[in-house]
Structure formats: C-alpha cells, structure tokens
Design a binder for this molecule. Structure first.
Ligand code: GDP
Ligand code: MN
Length: 368
C-alpha cells in the first residue's frame, strides 16, 4: 500500500526526519486561505500515488493568494499518469541549495534490503540511473543485525559531500532505514532530500508498506487510510442503493439484488478498513441520491470492523431527515460488538447476505 506524500511525511517526521509542516487543501479557496496563513512563497503539490508530478506540472510555486488560487485551480482535477488530482499539499517553499537522493527498498534479486543514495537527486533520477549509474551508491545492510549509525555515515561519506554534511546525511539515512524496517516497507524514499540554509529537509516522501504486513500496522492503516480514503461510487438505473466493502463483495451484493428481481441504484465500494467516517460518507452519498428507495449495506468485516460500521450507521440515522429503510448485513471482525450496538439503537440487521438481499427487494417492492 502506497501512502500519499502528506501522510508519508508525517511518518518520516515521527521517525525523526525533518520535513516542512504542510496542510492539505481540497479546493482553490482552501489553498488560498491555507497559504495566506502560512506566508508566501508556498509550494503547491498534487497528491497522487505516483511520482513524476514535477515533470507533469503537478508541483508549482505561488507568491501571493491570487496565484495560489489559480495554481490550485489548475492542478486540482489534473490527470497525472491516469490518476485524477483530488487534493493538494501546501508547504512553505524551501530554499534549495542542493538536491540529494536517498532510498531504501527491497532488492528482490539479492533478496535483501538495499540503501541507494546519490549526490544528484531530483526529478532526473531515473535518467541518472540510466546514463550515470556509477553516481548511485548502493549498500546492502545485513537485515538480521542492527543497522548502526556509523554504517549510515560511511554511506554518506561515499557521496562525496563536504565533510560537515556527512554526519547529518548519515543521520537521515539511518532514520530512513529505521522507518523502512519499522513499517515493513517495500520502499521508503526521499527524493529530493534538500539542503537548505536551515539544514537538510525531506522535500518529498514516498512510502510503500508491504501489503502482507498491513495487519501488523493496523493503527497506522486505520489512522491514515481514513485521511486519504475515498469511496468508489457509480450511479445505476435502479432504486436500491448497494454499498459493500470491496469491489467483489459489492458486485456480489448487486447480483443478489438482481437475482431477487431488484434493480441496484448504486455501486458503492467503501474499500477495506473502512472507518466510521467512511460509512458516514457512503450513507450520506446514497441518501442524497434521489432515486434511492432502499439501502442495502453489505459488510463482511476483515480489516473493516463491524463495530465501526455499526457506529457509522447509527450516527447517520440519528442525523438524516430522509426516511429511507436500510437493510444491513453485518458479519466478520468484531461482529458481536457491532450487533450489540445496532440492537441497542433499535436497528435491525441480518447476518446472511441472501436473506438481507431478499428483504431489501421486498421492502422496495412494498414502497412502489
Ligand atoms: P515528484 O516530481 O513527484 O517527485 O515531486 P517532488 O516533490 O519531488 O517535486 C519535484 C521537484 O520540485 C523537486 O525535485 C524540487 O526541485 C521541486 N520542489 C519541490 N518542493 C520544493 C520546494 O519547497 N522548494 C523548491 N525550490 N523546489 C521544490
Ligand atoms: Mn520526488
């Protein structure tokens, strides 16, 4: 799982790596007010799960509020390598004296982690790897024993930098390796790691956590996924809103509705590890979609916790004015707790998807 830059930076910061405190904006108005609070100049950066944003025009500088608005307006909605930009990271613009490259990843051939650094960092790093591979310095730490600060300084020493930079560079390399191991990463990367009049700062951050280890980092995933999470929503022609966790389960729920003679009004996938807030968001989307007569919420908890789902449902039902029946199928992780919460709130639920789908269609037919 790859994390957005703004979230990767928080993790790097928690690991002791200097970053510039930034703020996320979802609209040009927000970008303008955030940057005005921050002070100019600022850098405005597209938040997408891919690199090469700089070259694609997704990283720009603004000197005043008007510029911030214009730039944000231009970058939001832009497509970068097939990904639409939905939010921006706004930071104080760093005064860059030099750009370095530091990455820790897995060398699958060598079956070991590898640290790669270069004195020549920045947006041309891929070209550098092709034209001047000797400028990339590789080091294979022994994954079975502790990686020591002096080893990191040795790597920095090979970068051919002024001697006063060896220690701070080594420190960052060491800390980045620790982030890499702490979070079972595929990649932890800083490109560029910039030298400014105030020292070294991670101007970009890439963090990819191995999917098979996510279970060990639940807190991280829950805390962060919510912030970067969006739901996948497709409008359809029918009148039964279908919400599920995971595309497969959501499609299956749609099939079940169809099998019982109903017509789905939505395909809405809340994804894995959905939080209370995501359930909230999903229900509000479908309840605000006029053709919806009945909601069918089909959750089989895995990383998603049934009690979080129950809380999300209860919150929404307490707030909405529109009377739309909701049929809930809820099983999986923490189901006892989830069921108890729903019972206490007087909200009926099912554990069988077949039964729930049938009920949703019957309710919808009664309303016709
Ligand atoms: P990427 O192209 O997706 O890797 O995005 P980066 O975050 O690496 O930004 C691309 C380039 O923009 C960097 O290599 C820098 O040259 C430049 N850049 C990013 N942030 C700043 C900043 O705060 N100040 C300055 N002067 N340049 C920046
Ligand atoms: Mn970069």
């Amino acid at each position: 799982m790859r994390f957005f830059e703004n979230i990767a930076k928080q993790i790097f910061r928690d690991g002791g790596i200097p970053i510039l405190e930034g703020h996320v904006a979802y609209s040009p108005e927000e970008a303008m007010s955030i940057s005005s609070d921050m002070g100019f100049p600022v850098v405005i950066k597209a938040q997408v799960l891919t690199g090469g944003r700089g070259k694609a025009g997704g990283v720009k500088f603004a000197k005043n509020p008007g510029e911030a608005f214009k730039i944000a307006n231009k970058i939001l909605g832009m497509e970068i390598k097939g990904e639409t930009v939905k939010h921006l990271l706004i930071e104080e613009k760093a005064d860059i004296l030099h750009e370095f490259f530091v990455t820790v990843s897995v060398d699958r051939g060598a079956r070991r982690p590898v640290i790669i650094v270069s004195k020549e960092g920045g947006v041309e790093i891929e070209n550098l790897a092709k034209t001047n591979p000797e400028k990339l310095i590789k080091y294979y730490p022994n994954p079975l024993i502790e990686f020591l600060p002096y080893e990191a300084r040795e790597i920095a020493r090979k970068m051919d930098v002024p001697s006063d930079l060896i220690s701070p560079l080594g420190d960052i390399i060491w800390k980045l390796y620790n982030v890499f191991t702490t979070y079972d990463c595929d990649t932890a990367e800083i490109n560029p790691l910039v030298l400014t009049p105030n020292g070294l700062i991670a101007a970009d951050a890439k963090l990819v956590v191995e999917n098979d280890s996510l279970f060990r980092h639940q807190d991280l995933v829950e805390r962060l996924r919510y912030k970067q999470k969006t739901v996948d929503f497709v409008k359809l022609d029918g009148d039964i809103a279908v919400i599920g966790n995971g595309a497969g389960l959501t499609l299956t729920a749609m099939d079940m509705i169809k099998l019982n003679g109903g017509e789905p009004a939505t395909f809405l996938d809340i994804g894995g590890g959905a939080s209370e807030q995501i359930i909230n968001k999903a229900l509000n989307i479908v309840l605000n979609y006029d053709p919806v007569k009945v909601v069918f919420l089909n959750v089989l908890g895995g990383i998603t916790k049934a009690d979080d789902v129950a809380r999300g449902v209860i919150n929404v039902l307490n707030e909405v004015e529109r009377e739309v029946p909701i049929v809930i199928r809820l099983t999986g992780t923490n189901e006892e707790e989830g069921h108890k919460l729903l019972e206490e709130a007087g909200i009926p639920y099912e554990t069988s998807m077949e039964k729930a789908a049938k009920k949703a269609v019957e309710l919808c037919n009664e309303l016709k």
